[in-house]
Design a protein around this ligand. Structure first.
Ligand code: FAD
Length: 476
C-alpha cells in the first residue's frame, strides 16, 4: 500500500505515573489505554493489504486483523486473533521491543509515528474477560480432552516453556513443567521488575490458565541435579523440551569485584523481585539499599537494575556505558523512562577497578573515558580508551549488568547434548530438536540472552513438532 500525502495524526500517548510519584512505588509505570484511547489509536491503522508489520513480528501476529476487530469494538475476536499465534499477548504488549519489530515496519513510520501496536495488544489482552481457561490459552472456547499417554516434560518455566506447554496442552497433551525455583515464569518473575510486568495480575494469570488445562507444575526441581532426562523418559514422557534460559551472570573481571556492595544484576534483581527484598523484614531476603548506586551495562537489565535502585531509595543512580545512549541496546522507552526518573547516564566510560573503604566495603569505582572508533563486527562503533582520562565515581552499591551465559548445571549432566562453540544447545532450526532424539530446546539456552518473543517463537516451533510426532490435532 502506498503512503498517502495526508499528514497522519500522532499516536495516542500512553498514560503513565508521573516520574516523581512512580520512583516511590513498584506499581506499573504505564497504566494502559482506556477503551476510547484504544479505539482512537486503532483507527490510525491503514489496514494495509500487504502488511509489513506482520513480517516484523517474530510470531507473525495477524496485526491488521486484530486491530480491525478492536476498531469494530469486538474485543473477543481481537483477542482470539492475537492468541492464534501469540500465547502471551499481555506480556508481549508490555515488554516486546516493538520499535524494532512490528512498529519499526509500520508504513506510518515514514510519515510520523507508527501505530502503537504493542499498546493495543496490551489493551486487548488486559480487557478480554476469558470465560474459561481454554479460551485464555488457545483462543478457542472448548477444552480439548487431555490424553494421559501423550506425556511431555518441559524443563524450566520461562516464556519458551510456557509457550510450548500451552500449545501442547491446547492440543490434548499431558504436560508437566519442572522448575528449579519456587516461583513460575522464569525471567518474567525473577528478572523483569513489577513496575514493568506485574506478577500476580499478568504472569500468574497465564500460569493459572495452563493449570486449568491440566498442565502440572513441579517447583524446586533442578534438571541435571534432582532428575535427569533419562529418568523422564523412564517415567513415560515421550518428549522433553528444555527451556532453562541463560541465567549465569558475566562479570567485569576487574580488581575489587569481590568487595561487599558489588552485585551481579541477576542476584540483585532476583533478591528484589523473587525474594521481595523491597519488603524486608516482612520477607526474609535482605538487600543493600545503596545511597550512591552505579550500574554497568546498556541493556534492559541495566535499566531495570537502575530503576529498582531508585525505588529502593538511592540518592543517585548512574549507568556507566562504554558507548553513548544512542547505541544502548535497551528498549528506547526504558531508557527514556529511566532518564525521566533521574537516572544519570555516564556515557563513554568503562570501569577499571572497584575501590574499597577501610572496612572492605565498596566506596567507589575508577572509570576510564572512551571515545568511539571504527565500527566493529556488530556494526557499532568500537569504544577506544582515552589515555590518561581516569575518574573516580563515589559508589556504595554497584550492579553489573553486562550479559549472561548458559548455566552449566543441566548441560554438564547431559553430555550427549551437543553444544555450539558459545556453550549453548545446538538444535535443528526447523524442529527445535537437539542431538538427543525427542529432546527439544529453545529460548535463551539456544540463542543466548535474547527476547521474550523469540523464546516464545522457539517454544512454539518445538511444540509443533512434538505435537506432530505424538499425533495431536493439527493446526487449524
Ligand atoms: P528464562 O526466562 O530464563 O526461564 C528459564 C527458567 O528455567 C527459569 O525459571 C530458571 O529458573 C529455570 N531453570 C534453569 N535451569 C534449570 C534447571 N536445571 N532445571 C529446572 N529449571 C531450570 N526481553 C524482552 O523481550 N523485553 C524486555 O523488556 C526484557 N527485559 C529483560 C529484563 C531482565 C532483567 C532480563 C534478565 C531479561 C529481559 N529480557 C527481556 C529477556 C527475556 O526475559 C528472556 O530472553 C526470556 O525470558 C528468555 O526466556 P526463556 O524461557 O528462554 O528463559
Amino acid at each position: 500500500m502506498k503512503a498517502s500525502k495526508k499528514p497522519v495524526r500522532p499516536r495516542v500517548p500512553m498514560p503513565v505515573q508521573p516520574p516523581e510519584e512512580r520512583i516511590r512505588n513498584f506499581d506499573e509505570v504505564a497504566t494502559g489505554y482506556t477503551l476510547e484511547m484504544a479505539a482512537e489509536e486503532a483507527a490510525r491503522c491503514l489496514q494495509c493489504k500487504k502488511p509489513k508489520c506482520v513480517k516484523g513480528c517474530p510470531v507473525e501476529v495477524p496485526i491488521p486483523q486484530f486491530i480491525a476487530h478492536l476498531a469494530a469494538g469486538d474485543i473477543d475476536a481481537a483477542y482470539r486473533t492475537l492468541k492464534s499465534t501469540n500465547s502471551l499477548p499481555a506480556v508481549c504488549g508490555r515488554v516486546c521491543p516493538q520499535e524494532v519489530q512490528c512498529e519499526g515496519e509500520c508504513i506510518l513510520t515514514a510519515k510520523g509515528q507508527p501505530v502503537a501496536i504493542g499498546r493495543l495488544e496490551r489493551f486487548v489482552a488486559d480487557e478480554y474477560m476469558h470465560r474459561d481457561a481454554c479460551g485464555l490459552i488457545s483462543g478457542k472456547p472448548e477444552c480439548p480432552l487431555i490424553d494421559p499417554h501423550k506425556k511431555v516434560a518441559c524443563i524450566g518455566s520461562g516464556p519458551a516453556s510456557l509457550t510450548a506447554a500451552g500449545y501442547l496442552a491446547a492440543r490434548g497433551c499431558k504436560v508437566t513443567v519442572f522448575e528449579a525455583l519456587h516461583e513460575l515464569g522464569g525471567v518474567l518473575v525473577y528478572g523483569i521488575p513489577e513496575f514493568r510486568l506485574p506478577k500476580e495480575k499478568i504472569v500468574a494469570k497465564e500460569v493459572n490458565a495452563l493449570r486449568e488445562l491440566e498442565v502440572d507444575f513441579v517447583r524446586n526441581r533442578v534438571g541435571g541435579k534432582t532428575f535427569s532426562i533419562g529418568e523422564l523418559f523412564a517415567q513415560g514422557y515421550r518428549a522433553v523440551f528444555i527451556g532453562v534460559g541463560a541465567g549465569l551472570p558475566r562479570f567485569l573481571g576487574i580488581p575489587g569485584e569481590n568487595l561487599n556492595g558489588v552485585f551481579s544484576a541477576n542476584e540483585y534483581l532476583t533478591r528484589v523481585n523473587l525474594g521481595r527484598a523491597y519488603s524486608f523484614p516482612d520477607y526474609d531476603t535482605p538487600i543493600i539499599r545503596g545511597r550512591r548506586v552505579t550500574v554497568f551495562g546498556g541493556g534492559n537489565v541495566a535499566m531495570d537494575a537502575a530503576r529498582t535502585a531508585l525505588r529502593l531509595g538511592a540518592d543517585s543512580v548512574h549507568i556507566v556505558y562504554r558507548r553513548t545512549v544512542a547505541e544502548m541496546p535497551a528498549r528506547h522507552e526504558e531508557v527514556e523512562h529511566a532518564m525521566e526518573e533521574g537516572v544519570k547516564m555516564q556515557e563513554l566510560c568503562a570501569p577499571i577497578a572497584f575501590v574499597s573503604d577501610a572496612e572492605g566495603c565498596l566506596s567507589g569505582v575508577r572509570l576510564q573515558q572512551m571515545q568511539l572508533g571504527e565500527p566493529d563486527q556488530s556494526g557499532r562503533r568500537r569504544p577506544v580508551p582515552v589515555e590518561g582520562s581516569e575518574l573516580l565515581l563515589p559508589t556504595d552499591l554497584a550492579v553489573i549488568a553486562v550479559g549472561t551465559r548458559s548455566n552449566p548445571v543441566l548441560l554438564e549432566a547431559e553430555p550427549e547434548l551437543d553444544l555450539n562453540r558459545w556453550g549453548y544447545i545446538s538444535i535443528n532450526n526447523d524442529t527445535g530438536e537437539t542431538s538427543i532424539p525427542d529432546v527439544f530446546a529453545g529460548g535463551d539456552i539456544v540463542t543466548g540472552a535474547a527476547t521474550v518473543i523469540l523464546a516464545m517463537g522457539a517454544g512454539r516451533t518445538a511444540a509443533k513438532e512434538i505435537a506432530r510426532r505424538l499425533g495431536c490435532q493439527p493446526d487449524d
